[in-house]
Design a protein around this ligand. Structure first.
Ligand SMILES: Cc1cc2nc3c(=O)[nH]c(=O)nc-3n(C[C@H](O)[C@H](O)[C@H](O)COP(=O)(O)O)c2cc1C
Length: 161
């Protein structure tokens, strides 16, 4: 089982969340946490699970992340389970939809991934942080939930054989 938790982070909070998600995932196998700049295409293609996160900038993906995502091979995560998260401000109503995670989710599925859980936001108090209290623990739990979903989907596949 190869599990990658990939992050893009300007001030370090998305990276912290990525590390907490990895802790939650460790129950199902070893987890590699890496900056998106450090991932190579073959590593991505070999992964069974890819979790990808970034901060929200101007209600969207950070500008510097877009060319990196655009440079990935067309079927970079084909057949892998995928999940997306972001860090953003706590917002209510319609505005809460305009964060990076839904865009990362769409991109991962376009690259051939199978969504295993819906995209999620983790919250910062201000632009340069800190994270709200409890967000690290919430990220660990989200990681554990992904692990659980992945195990369930593997059992289902085995039963279908
Ligand atoms: C240029 C810029 C624009 C931002 N725009 C938004 C925004 O539209 N919505 C939002 O929720 N957060 C916005 N933020 C705050 C980010 O959510 C916050 O910086 C990020 O979660 C911190 O993550 P990081 O430490 O991994 O960089 C913005 C931050 C920057 C630097």
């Amino acid at each position: 089982m190869k599990i990658l938790v990939i992050h893009f982070s300007k001030f370090g909070h998305t990276k912290q969340i990525a590390e907490a998600i990895a802790e939650g995932l460790m129950a199902i196998g070893p987890v590699q946490v890496c900056d998106i700049d450090q991932v190579d295409d073959s590593e991505l293609q070999d992964a069974n699970l890819v979790v990808l996160g970034s901060p929200t900038h101007n209600m969207n993906l950070p500008k510097a992340l877009r060319p990196i995502l655009d440079s990935l091979p067309r079927r970079a995560v084909r057949g892998s389970s995928v999940a997306a998260f972001d860090t953003s401000y706590k917002m209510n109503g319609l505005l809460a939809r305009f964060t990076a995670a839904p865009k990362l989710d769409r991109k991962l599925r376009k690259l051939g991934g199978k969504r295993i859980v819906p995209p999620v936001s983790f919250f910062v108090e201000e632009r340069e942080g800190p994270l709200y209290e409890g967000e690290i623990e919430r990220a660990r739990k989200w990681g554990a939930l992904i692990g659980q979903r992945l195990s369930e989907s593997k059992i289902k596949q085995i039963r279908q054989i």
